[in-house]
Design a protein around this ligand. Sequence first.
Ligand code: PHE
Length: 555
Amino acid sequence: MSNDTKSNGRGKWGSRIGFMLAASGSAIGLGNLWKFPYITYKFGAGAFVLVYLGCIALVGLPIMVAEMMIGRRSGLNPVGAFKKLTNRRIWVFVGGLGVTCGFILLSYYSVVAGWALEYTVKSVRNDFANHQTITDKDIGAHLFAEYIKTPKSKSDPIKAGYGSELSTISFYDLKSPKAKKAFLAKLAKAWGEFAKGKPEIYAKLKSNTTASLLDAFQRGDDYSSRKLRLQRSLWVGALFGKFVASPAKVVGWHLLFMLLTMLIVVGGVSQGIERASKILMPLLLTMLVYLVIRALGFSSASESLAMIFRPNFHALTIEAVLEALGHSFFTLSLGMGAMLTYGSYLSKDESLTTSSIVITALDTLIALMATIIIFCAIHAFKMPVGDGGVSNLFRAIPAMFQETPGGNWLTVIFYVLVAFAALTSTISLLEVVVSYFIDERGWSRRKATLLMGSAIALLGVASALSLNAWANFKPFFGKTVFEFFDYTVSNWFLPLGGLFVALFVGWVLPVEAKRDELKGLPAVAFGLWHVTIRYISPLAVAGVFVWLLYQSIVA
Ligand code: PHE
């Protein structure tokens, strides 16, 4: 906020644009650029995107209005707000849940935000241009890895007499294409069990297969351009793999990102952030538009688009629906009090509905643009997606920019923008926790920021390590610490918080208060929103929860 004049450290937004920038800054972040494209990939796109859009319209948007309403009505943090607006203690628990969510969410969010810092440095150093480092041997290894992913026959190579044949012939001794084809077919058949317990047979099969695949790759059309793309694709993959495997780097950037967030929240520079947002947000949009245009220029673009937007409801699981629902909260910063807290600094004359619609539309637009860019690039470069998509943002963009004149500097700007977008989100997360300790515990802003920021940073180390040193530590339902935090907070606690917000505003807050908060809104629009917040949003969230719990009990 612009003027922190009151002694308790609370203030009001200096201007309407200040609030809009901060609230959209909170919403727009890694959720749009990193997480949405990644989970869309993971859950097979198509119907997933459609369900997500439905959740945004029927659940996210109405709840955003409701959350800002609670904030502005009370002028307090999530816990204080419920205390002030009702005398039923049970609601205070909802505020407490929100503050806890903010604490945990920030701890792992800052880890990924740190990746953007590393990638800014990498692009300044022009690391992405070193794709020649990828040799034919690496390409062969990649082709082999892709090859064994395809299902093979279960036939035993030894019993088929194939083992001895292997020792006498090599692929290159075969002259006719027909014989080569037959050899490859036989080889493919021999895979499957691949000579379990016989490492020498395995090694032989592997080296022969690799050689023949590489040979076929080299003989195909457009060899040099295909090779270049594959080199770039493998190189950006190798860079990412190497980076996340380093605990010191991942932890270090995470701590630095937390420090940056704390410095801003402790005071003084929020005006600077407002000013920077005015330039950087439009710049981010411009850059995304440019990338979308480039992405649509790939010859495989129409296939990629079909994959993103053609719904296939058969492939849709209930887990995917939960993920889409959870993400609609995550991406709009809902269900944990961030919009509530920002709303508490908002003056009476601003329209909650207009603000919510603008923020939601912008956020959705950016998520869709990022997804189009990343899907098109992943396909065009035939990138292997071994990690389920977590690294997509950090591979697709550098690879694309390598094909653009001046691309290296554009990569620098891009990752600065990603880091900035993440920063305006982490600020809002820390603000929720800090405002609670200021309002309810009487702490100073400095003390609250320092203590809570440090505690969150410390917790985040566990998430940072779950990518490397603790990658095999999966104590929670086969999930690493990072995955578990994200899964529980995003998919369960945020929607749960949102459900309570909807119930509170729908059923507990007096109608006059709601009308007063939304005055200026036509009666029909008010009625529509009111029905949605009372029935549709809570039933949608509760419906998904019940359906999922039912499935897990029955299954
Ligand atoms: N909405 C932010 C994003 O999409 C993340 C966030 C969630 C921020 C909850 C604040 C509160 O990146």
